[in-house]
Design a protein. Structure first.
Length: 368
């Protein structure tokens, strides 16, 4: 009798834990994006770290220092420097010295002083801006610039910025495929005049359909340039195509998502984010967040990715796993298939992996 009661109690405990996970993991989904031209710190550091194995290993010293502070997920999720409670707030909301991270502790490394990748610009010239739309939502974009005499050897403060944005863009259209680096908001506008030398262009994206707000620092130098970038891969060597990383082969990264079947929802509606939450010699634990950026609820979902070389899936919870070759697919469990519009859920897994710095896959997803 005692053994039977213990068995029943264990089953009830597992059931309660599963139900709790459902309640905790259904919340407000997030838009995602970051300035690409001129490139934000997270975007250019992501480019700097891309490798043929799919790992992100920064070469730029400032980027490497940021990852040492904030972890590799800050670059795998370079498009998520946000505050869900921002509501467009700036001064008085984001503390001095934490502007580049938006006060988000997961990106604190990007508040540090360093020789960040630089975009070379011409003061007063017309420039073609672009802002990534990894998940597209309507809103306003504000761009500020640092004052003359700003000291790049000190963390950025609000008093270091000009009081008003030099450019404000009202709900620009999105172009390209949402959920890739090709999905972008684009606009042209005049750069601030009478600027020379090192500066920061500070961007704020305020959604009009939620309080979520994005923040980012783009390091620039006004030296007569036309958008060339230095400090990525080969410091001192400019590249005129900062949105196209130069790597020996095409890595398995968020730039080339692979969907095994035709989505049943609009492009960009479903988004999956993969985060390593604990690692040890020979493997790691990860959490995958599946988000519904659409206007109608999902009644089912699936996430897929290609396993990096040397990795195998040990176990999965809160989902049902199947595998074909190196492609892994996780479908919802019977009790967590429904994701409300602008909602999310998660599942977890344990992966066997070789080496101490395993490559992190980039999942895609679809809802139905």
């Amino acid at each position: 009798m005692t053994r039977r009661r213990s068995t029943i109690l264990a089953a009830v405990t597992v059931l309660l834990a599963s139900l709790t996970a459902v309640l905790l993991n259904t919340g407000t989904a997030e838009a995602h994006g970051a300035m690409m031209k001129p490139g934000s710190r997270t975007f250019l550091c992501w480019q700097d770290g891309l490798s043929s194995t799919g790992q992100i290993i920064p070469q730029n010293p400032a980027c490497s220092a940021a990852v040492n502070t904030s972890g590799a997920n800050s670059l795998y999720n370079w498009f998520a420097v946000l505050r869900s409670d921002g509501a467009g707030r700036t001064r008085g909301f984001i503390p001095d010295g934490k502007l580049c991270s938006g006060g988000n502790p997961g990106y604190a490394g990007f508040d540090q002083v360093g020789d960040w990748p630089l975009t070379h610009l011409t003061s007063g010239a017309t420039f073609d801006f672009s802002y990534n739309a990894w998940a597209a939502h309507p809103g306003w974009f504000y761009t500020y610039v640092t004052k003359d005499g700003w000291n790049p050897n000190q963390p950025l403060t609000w008093d270091s910025l000009e009081d008003q944005p030099f450019l404000t863009i009202d709900h620009p259209p999105v172009t390209g495929q949402v959920g890739t680096v090709d999905g972008q908001y684009k606009w042209s506008g005049a750069l601030p005049s009478n600027k020379t030398g090192r500066h920061i262009i500070y961007s704020v994206w305020k959604r009009s359909d939620s309080a979520e707000t994005f923040y980012g620092c783009s390091d620039v130098t006004f030296d007569g340039g036309h958008g060339e970038v230095t400090g990525v891969k080969d410091p001192g060597t400019p590249t005129t195509t900062p949105t196209t990383p130069t790597t020996p082969t095409t890595p398995t990264t968020p730039t080339t998502p692979t969907t095994p079947t035709t989505p049943t929802t609009p492009a960009g509606s479903c988004m999956a984010m993969y985060e390593i939450t604990n690692a040890w010699s020979g493997g790691y634990q990860a959490t995958v967040t599946v988000m519904n950026h659409g206007t109608t609820a999902y009644n089912g979902w699936q996430a897929s990715w290609t396993l990096p070389q040397g990795q195998t899936v040990g176990s999965v919870w809160n989902g049902t796993v199947s595998q074909s070759g190196s492609v892994v697919t996780v479908r919802n469990a019977d009790w967590n298939g429904r994701i409300a519009a602008d909602g999310q859920t998660t599942f977890g897994l344990v992966v066997n992996a070789t080496g101490s710095n395993p490559a992190q896959p980039s999942p895609t997803c679809q809802g139905s």
